[in-house]
Each structure stands twice: as structure tokens, then as C-alpha cells.
Design a protein around this ligand. Sequence first.
Ligand SMILES: Cc1cc2nc3c(=O)[nH]c(=O)nc-3n(C[C@H](O)[C@H](O)[C@H](O)COP(=O)(O)OP(=O)(O)OC[C@H]3O[C@@H](n4cnc5c(N)ncnc54)[C@H](O)[C@@H]3O)c2cc1C
Ligand code: FES
Length: 1189
Amino acid sequence: MPVCQLHGAAVTTVEGIGSTKTRLHPVQERIAKAHGSQCGFCTPGMVMSIYTLLRNKPQPTMEEIRETLGGNLCRCTGYRPIIDGYRTFCEVISSFISGFLHAVGESLEPFRKLLPLDPTQELIFPPELILEERATQTFRGERMTWISPISLDELLQLKSQHPQAPVVMGNTNLGLDIKFKGVVHPIIISGFRVRELFEVTEKPEGVCIGAGSSLSTVRSVLEKCVCSLPAEHTQTLAALLEQLSHVAGEQIRNVATLGGNVASAYPNSDLNPVLAAGNADHLCVIPEGKREVPLDKDFFVGFGKTVLKPDEIVLSVFIPVSRKGEVVRAFRHAPRKENALATVNAGLRVWFEEGSNVVKEMSVYYGGVGPCTVSAERTVQQVIGRPWNEATLSDAYRALVDEVTLGASAPGGKVMFRRSLTLSLLFRFYLHVLQHLKDTVRPPSVTCSVLWSACPTSSSPDVPSGQSEQDPVGRAVQHQAALSHATGEAVYCDDFPRTQGELFLSVVTSARAHARITHIDVSRALSMPGVVDVFTADDIPGKKFRSFTGIDEEILAQGEVTCVGQMVCAVVADTKPHAKLASAAVKVHYEDLPDRIFTVEEAVEKRSFFLPQREIQRGDVTKAFQEADHIYEGEIRLGGQEHFYMETQSMLVIPLGEEKEMKVYASTQHPTMVQEAVAETLGIPSSRVSCHVKRIGGAFGGKLSKTSILASITALAAWRSERPVRCVLDRGEDMLITGARHPVLGKYKVGFMSDGRITAADVRYYANAGHTPDDSVIEKILLHMDNAYNILNLRGQSAACKTNLPSNTAFRGFGVPQTPWCSAGQLKREKNLYKETSLTHYKMEFDPEVLLRCWEECKERSELDRRRLDVARFNQQNRWKKRGIALIPLKYGVGFAEGFLNQAAALVHIYKDGSVLVSHGGTEMGQGIHTKVQQVASRELDVPLSMIHISETSTSSVPNTCPSAASIGTDVNGMAVKDACQTLYKSLEPIRKQDPNGTWQSWCMCVCVSIRGHDLYMDWVKQEGRPYAYFTYSACCSEVELDCLTGEYRTVRTDLVADIGRSINPAIDIGQIEGAFMQGLGLYTMEELKFSPSGVLYTRGPGQYKIPAVCDVPLQFNGVGEPTVFLGCSVFFALKEAVAAARSDAGLSGPFTLHSPATPERACIACGTRFTQMIPETETAQPWALELP
Ligand SMILES: Cc1cc2nc3c(=O)[nH]c(=O)nc-3n(C[C@H](O)[C@H](O)[C@H](O)COP(=O)(O)OP(=O)(O)OC[C@H]3O[C@@H](n4cnc5c(N)ncnc54)[C@H](O)[C@@H]3O)c2cc1C
Ligand code: FES
């Protein structure tokens, strides 16, 4: 929303509705009490969405809550607790509350005391703004002028004076070009205050809607018309309504306008195909008068172009009512059900001769299959004058295949899929019209209210009887900062107030995948306003690289670049906009180098690997293959995954001006690495650098190594300028620079007996590491390759491929999600589970009893046997919908294989007033470590939780910290705090004895430090070790329903059983499990990183990269008890089963390959329906995107 547009508006932020210091708003309180806030970065957004809803409707329905949250993303929680918290505003809430509280073993008390919602207490619109005089406003900035007229005449006049100036309305299209493509408009005219653009007129022949109407307003108008008009007149209106419910999310629909949607002529517009099919008209105006322009095939003339003249404005859109005998429908398919642009959409209309099924008129428009909305005219000619039956439509499909085509390199890729969608959407329309001809039913409403008919529940054990009321361990204690998150008081790195003389740093990245830098021209950048410094690797006083796993990674490129996105130099300026503009003005000259490598296949062919490669083997694999009844060989790909933490990489470095001291505030999981990296880069001792982390807005492994390099560059800027320097990456920069989860190619050979027992497996894993090894996952992959299966003859080899892509890095699960995965698809799982105390393939002994218990419990709770039969029955009865169900086990090793990384330290101060300040080495990134550590300290010191405070993680309080990762943070830091507290408590004993009637406050006066660690190791020469402290076990059963025509699927139900040992805080653990599951669901079925053939990352924001949203939560989600991303693959394997059922109907039998993520594209093509089979092979041109890994 442009700030000029806000003139005259009253803006309410999360801070304005309530506070911990005054009074909380119920919306803030409820998300906190329901454990709906983890890292907290998304929480203010959630709060304000629901606040807005409640301002409009104090007792909303569940569907309204779900729809409102549809535009809010959360990467931590899995959404269930957020929905649970807000369910309480619905009329019927009691069953939820008791269910939830039972689930977390809590008493009803806190929920009985929920703050009531009192609409009379809400802020009112400031009267002074209502009274403000209406007049044209003009705002002038450094590079643009914003003019906001108040009448149509004025608007037209301005437009004729400045025909090239755009008319901004919702800014949802224009704003993207300005922000992401750097488009500059010297003059912008706002139509926002021109009343004539908002007029709505209903007439008998149709409805005329002002072009300035928001899509939400259009929706309300259409809803009203559909309810009041006779059904036969509502076909186009209802089809438009159906489409509108899927356009973006509510936040966008509230500002995006109808005129903007039409005029921007976006090829994927959902409205234009329906408007065109429904014979809509525009009323366009120019200073000289008005003209009616039909919205038809001639209206769109190219990408973003229409027949409108530069000085013309769309005043309104006229949507005619449908005639008797007319049927209109709209369809769309998108990578995510909500908040995603359509891959392909369609508006279709047919008009029949009265009383017959002979087609009199027809129009078919598609979006997403060309540079603009496309009319399938020749296809339509096959149908007109003929009866509506299979034979007619078969001719239409054939014509459509020839008419609507896409070249192999078409932007957006997915060529075969998109073409097959044109056919299957037409087929859908055919079925719909057949039904209509039969019983003239109204098109069904497409809301997914079924989603919330089932209440997701999770449960965990209660605390032992007899545990003291004050002892918080094992209880569902609210996240210690939840209220601060919900009120906007929580401070993240970029919230630190600007300090005197502070500068901003922006990095310049390589535009080439492999090239020699011949020259860097910084002259223009240096002359730009506010620019203070531009520096390169030559200016680094200390070490010019960071060493990870023994291999150097350059901090800034030195002479040669090896991927697009590699940091080349940095620009420092007084403000962020100045730094960004100047970094865009730096000219890097390159000379391309040969032999670019992007894929694993290319790396294998050119032997481009990082060393070492790893191998592990047990048993006699060769012999076991000879003796196996059957052998199956194949390969499987797993795509990468972007961390998509909500808070991008952020840091602030303050030089203290004395003795070379630097204070670094960073959003990092590894403060010590940041400290060391900064010290080495500047060539100063670590003792001069302190790193401080208050909290992190999500990390998931992405803020381990990558942050330290960025912090080093920022520190160098601070060092050179002797001023504080801040660096906060934009989302696109962050995605481009910081890498992702390693994509992996697994080539496997499995030997098995006729009864399903696996006797031999040989798997070669190739991870696409990118241009540096960073935290290569290849060891962890081999250590987890057995997963929960006892395969006596097992061989694994793994290699990290060196390619010219950004360097991949740690990500939750760190190789595990890529590992057992290969085998899981091939196994008869139950038969091959570890059944008794066994040695892993690296000779670590373990007892699988808990694993088996998880498996059995999950099987029983999910009613697997019965539901398998139901699934088979469903599949028999349905041709175009198929179901699949899969139960997956997991054995997960906890800890780092390097023993020294499994230690922690704590510093506990007890002050004279009895209050306790705990510092430990773990960082709070949403996983609730501070809350759990407070619980531990509270128990050990026997004081209420409220007396324990954790302020930050700092290398000056606790030195040489280990990263908060590998699921070991709470274990080791909690134990360190426990040791420290026990020592302190003991030291207070003589005082307590002396003064038994004294209070805690009167006993307090000590300080203590404690260290604790695990002795873990892995000897790769002997191929044995004890790389994990212990294993956690879990099992997960998911059922999906797949639409074979589009590949869309829905997780019908998920049951997850996990061993969490003795939980310190069940609510936090459940939240972690659900959040990890949803991240896994995204990994295995949705999230796709796309690179251009020259190695440029296309997917650089939420518009192109889709993570799971509220609409993706399983319809029924039952969880018990350790967070595991891997278990999201239960959805993948359920999908594979559903695809197998569809293939069987299509006459395709035998094994087939389905790579991950199993996106709708992959699932649909794998189904092998007649529509995908009709698409001819495309010519062998270069595809739009690389096929990774
Ligand atoms: C996150 C996101 C998700 C989206 N999802 C979808 C989706 O699922 N389906 C879909 O169809 N669209 C989607 N869109 C696109 C959105 O619907 C359009 O951007 C929006 O309708 C454009 O309206 P606006 O008022 O914001 O236009 P602006 O950005 O204000 O203007 C866009 C262009 O239209 C011109 N213009 C605006 N009004 C007029 C007028 N009255 N006369 C002449 N020219 C005019 C402007 O000059 C400008 O060139 C999405 C957009 C976003 C940001
Ligand atoms: S709590 Fe939602 S993104 Fe972290």
C-alpha cells in the first residue's frame, strides 16, 4: 500500500489495539493462550487479520476465520493452534476448548478467564479525518510525483496531460513492477478518491460495476445479485463469483480493483476469461466522451496490453445476465488452493437451442496458456450446431490440442501439464453441462467449509500425579514471549531503533553462473546521494574466506564468480533506498567461463565433487543380490526447499570506538560462528567481538553458516566507516543468496524375497551442493539410510556435487528428509522394521521397542486396516478422484556426530531481590527453548516461573556456544541450566538451614557456571560410531484424495504418533511436531525451486514459491507426542498410491516413478489420463527451467 494512498486514512497496527502494559485485546490474548505463536514473526499479521474480521463481524463463522487467515503465512506452527485460538470467537466453542485442554493436559482455568470481546471498546475512526476538506492532493518525492484528484473530469484531464502516467488503484500490479523490477514512473495518478469509479448500478439486463470497486466489493455485489435474480440469469455472475473466491487472499481482494485486473491484462487473470466468455463490456472514457468496448478476443493484444488508448480510463464493467438455456462456468488450477495465481484457468459458456441439446453459441477462453487471455475459437466451431455429447466433445479436444499450444520454452514451464489442463477443464465443463441439461442445477458453491468440520486434535501425556502445582515441567506453559509477539512488543533484529549516524548495507551479487570478473565500475554508485562506501574482497583486512568443513568459501568473490547470486561487493549508504539504488548502479563486467554445471547429472559426468565422498556398507551386498527373488532398480529425485523463515537475514553491527570492539546484533542460530567470522574477517581477536541474539523470526537451519558471512561483510562496513551498519535482506535477495535444502538424486537397487523381505539394498546419493560445500549433508544421509528398516546387506555411497548454483545449506532434518525416503517407497514397511535390539549399519546398538509401539499405536489410531478397504472401495467407485493411504515410520538420531558440538554452558545470576537471570547458549527461534529452560530453572530452584528471566543469547555471557540445531538445543542447554541451578540451590542450603523461615529473596546471593556435553563420534574409516545421543521414533499415517484431472489433492486425514520422551512442555512439542509436519508436506508435495537454464533463481518470493498455507492443513490432523519434517512424506506416499489407482484405471500397470515434490503437475501427468496422453511430445527446445537436482 503506497503511503500516499493512506492520506486521510486511520492506520491501526497491532501495537494500537492492546498491550501488555495496559490492556490486552482478546485477539492478542487468544493466539497466545492457544500456543499459536512460536517465532512470533507472523503473529502480528494473524492478530490484525482477525481483528479486522471481528470489527466487521464480532461472531464470525469458522469459514470466515479460515478465509481471513488464508492470506497469512506461518512457517512455524502448522496453523492448527492459531485456528484453535480464534475458533473461540465463533458461537460454538465449548467442544473445542475442552478437547484442546485435554490434549495438552491443562486445566480449563485459563480459558474460562478469556477476555471477552467488547465491540463498544474498539477505536473509532478519528472525526477530524472525516471532516477533512476534499481537494486534489499532490505529493512530490525524490523521483516521482503522486497526484490524487477527486473528480472524473480532473482525472481525465490529468490523464490527457500525462498519457504515460499510470492510474494507480489497489497498486497490487503496479506496485510489484515498481518494487521488484525497479520500474520508475515520474508521475502516478491515483484514482482512489474519484467517486465515479466506485458506482454500482443494477439493471434488468445486467450489473454495471465501477472499475474502482475492490474485488471484495465485486464479490458482495455479485452475491447479492445471485441471491435475488432468477437462477437462469445468474450463470455468468455465479461463475465470476466462484472464481473470485479463489483470487488471491482477502487482504489483496480488499484493495485490488476490477478495473485494475482488466486493464493490467495479466495472462493469468481469473476474471478476464469469465468476463470474456460471459460477453461483458467495458465502459471506457476519454476526455472527449465515452465508448463501449467489448471484452472479447480482440481486447487483449499482448502481455499486459489491451486496445485501450494511453489516455483512456476504464470507468465501469458491465456484466450481462445470462439468458435462458445458457450455461457458464469458470475453472482454475493453481499450485496452491489459495493465494496463488492460476497455472491455467478457463471461462466457458454454451447456449442451447431451446428445448434441445444442440449448441447455438459457445465461447471458451483460457488464461495461463499464452501472453494474454486466449480464445479457443476454432475449437468452439467444432461444437456449434452439434449436440452436446461425447462425440462432439472428442472432436473439440482434438481441435483444442492443435489450437492452444505452447512452445517447449514457454515462460512458466509445465508445458505438457498446462496443455493437458486446457483439455481436462473443457472435459469438466462437458460433465457439468451434461448434468445441467439433466436437472438444471445451480453451479455448486466452491467454498471449502468441509475443511473445518473436523477439529484437528493433538494429545500428549499428563504430568505425574503428585507433582507440585508450582513445578511447571511437563506442563503446557505458554511461550514466554507469546504476548510480546501478539502485541508487537517483541523486538527482532531490525526493530532495534536507528542509532546516530547509522548506515545501511546492500550487497551486489553476480549475474553470471561462471565467469571471470574483468572490472567492477563503482564510480556511478559512489556519486549517488547518501553513498558512503563501496568495497570488495580486496578491502578485507583479515581472512577473505570462511572455512566450513575444511573447505574455504569466499566472503566476497575474488576475481571469479561461480554462481548467480554470489556476493561480489557491498555498498554502504545513509538509507536503505539509497544503498539499494547505488548497488543497482554498480557495473560488474564479466568474461564468461566455459563448463557451467547445474545438475547432478552434469556434475557426475564431469566428476565435479567436493571431497570427501562417503561410503558405508554392512553384510555381503553382492551375494545378497544374487540370492534375492526379485531385484528392482530405479532412481528418484527430491527437489530442494527454501527455508522461507519469515524474518529474512538481519544484522546490525556497532563499532564501540575503543580497542577495536564490535557489538553484533544478528538473527543467527550460531552466535559463536558469527563472532568468530567477524573477528577473522577484521583480523582481530574474538574477545573484541560480541554477538547478541534476542530472538529469531524463524531459522530452520538457514541462519547457521550463511548469517556469519553476511555479518562479516556488515562488520567490515562498520569497521571502515566507524559507524553502525545495518543489513536486512529483502525476501528476493535472501532467497537468491542464502541457498536452500540440498536437492538429491538417489539411484537405488533393492533385492527382495517373494514374501516382501528386503535382503539387499544399494543406494548412491548425489546431493546438489551448489558452488561451495557449506554444511554438506552427505554423511547424515548415509547414517539415516536404514531409517526404521533392518536391511542386513546394505551399501550406501554419497557425494556432494559441485555445481554453479547458490550454495545449499543446513535445513531442518539436515539430510534426513532426503535419506530414508529412497527406500521407503520400495519397502513392505511392516515386514522390514527393526524388531529387536539391533546394531545399525554403523554398529550402534539400539532397542526398537518404542519404534514398534509408535508404529502399532499409529496403525490402530488411524484404523489403517479398515480405511485401506474404504480407500479401495472409493477408488472402485470413482474414475476421476482417487484416494491413497500410507503409514510411514521414522527412527531419527538426535545430536551432532561431532562430540564437541553437543555441549552447552549456562550462566545463572540470582539477584538479591530473588529474581533470576538465566543465560544459556541456545537461541530462541520459535522452538520455545527459552520457555523450556525457564521451566527447568523454575523446578530446580523451586521458585515460580515468573521469577526467571531470559534476556538474550550473548557470546559475552556464555562463550563458545554450539549452534541451536540437530534437535539437541534444549537437551544440552536445559541440562547446563539444570546443573547450574542445582549447584546454586545447593550453595544456598546452609543459608536455608540457618533461616528456615526465610524467603527465597532472603536466601539469594550467588552466581554459577556449568558445562555439560555428550561424547558422540563417527569413524568413517572403520564405518562405525555413536553419532547420536539417542533416537526418537515416530510413525505417521496420511490419507489423500487426488483429482486426477488436475493433480490437485487434499490431505483427508493425518495421524501422527511420536515418542517425545518426558516432555518439558507438551504444548510447545506438539506445536513443533505439527509445524515440522507441515514443512515436510510442503517439501514432498508443493515447494518447487525453479532455476533458469543459465542458473538464475526464478522463485524469489511468495508469489512464485508456495509454502503450505491454512488451506493445506489436513482436514483431520490427530497428533500424539518429536518434530519430524520427514513424516510429511506420508502424504507423498499416499499420493503415490492414489496415482497408482488412477494408472490402473488408465490401463497402466507396474512400477512407475514419481519424483518429489509430487506437485499437481507431476501427479497429474503420472496418472496417465487420456488428456495427458493426447498432448504430443514437444520439440526439443531448451525448457524454461532446469530439471534439478
Ligand atoms: C499477491 C497477489 C495475488 C494475486 N492473485 C490473483 C489471482 O489469483 N487471480 C487474479 O486474477 N489476479 C490476482 N492478482 C492480481 C490482482 O487481481 C490484480 O493485480 C488487481 O486486480 C489489479 O488491480 P489494482 O487496482 O491493484 O491495479 P493497479 O496495480 O493499481 O493498476 C494496475 C494497472 O491497471 C491500470 N488501471 C487500473 N485501474 C484502471 C482504470 N480504471 N482504467 C485504466 N487503467 C487502469 C493501471 O494504470 C496499471 O497499469 C494477484 C495480485 C497479487 C499482488
Ligand atoms: S510463528 Fe508463524 S512464522 Fe513463526
